[in-house]
Ligand binder design. Sequence first.
Ligand SMILES: C[S@@+](CC[C@H](N)C(=O)[O-])C[C@H]1O[C@@H](n2cnc3c(N)ncnc32)[C@H](O)[C@@H]1O
Length: 218
Amino acid sequence: MDFEHVHAYDTQMQKLRDIKKETENIIESINLTSDKTVLEIGTGTGNFAIEAAKHCAKVIAIDVSSEMLKFAQHKTKMKGITNIEFHHTGFLTYEHHAGPLDAVVSQLVLHHLPDFWKFIALKRIFEMLKEGGKFYLRDTVYSFDIDNHKIFFDNLIDGVKHAAGVELANDIEIAIREEYTTLDWIMEGLLTRAGFSIDKADYSEGFMAVYVCTKVDR
Ligand SMILES: C[S@@+](CC[C@H](N)C(=O)[O-])C[C@H]1O[C@@H](n2cnc3c(N)ncnc32)[C@H](O)[C@@H]1O
């Protein structure tokens, strides 16, 4: 992805999402306070990392795309924020050598991995967290009635076309065909088998989910 596409992605996200509100909700869900360290996996253009950095001691922001990271780093510098550490790495490769983390956040990224690798990624996150640490996961997860999947996908693509234009609708169509959005019951199984306790599972629009999880002593 080149600079132009990254910039376009960032502009689209700022337009379609209420990033400030999203971030406030996450900060509250994971009890982020000024003494804590949070890892964000798949930071993209750094919107969450930049807001979170104002509320905690340190953010470690990682992404497999060097273009995304460059953009996020530039934005961070322009805002005078100095407590974000960026690393070019991902779910399956990041090695955490500092003390156990207080929280891990990942939004709209895990569907890039098929289920087997999702499970490996979740187990790695579990290992990096301290006891009582929080994991906030937001991603595409299917919770609609799969007997009507054709109607559901047609309506979804049509809705996006009307709300946000043909380009995003095409991206959604490609994502449905080629990416690895999983089912709600599989996602819950993956999280619990990785060791997490699911405090909250919110499903919306049939394709979006938020999980707030805790690493608990068993
Ligand atoms: C749809 S964007 C989401 C970015 C950001 N989290 C947000 O909410 O806007 C997906 C991001 O995940 C990154 N990504 C894809 N596979 C990844 C992996 N295995 N580990 C970490 N990041 C990954 C991509 O480079 C991209 O920046």
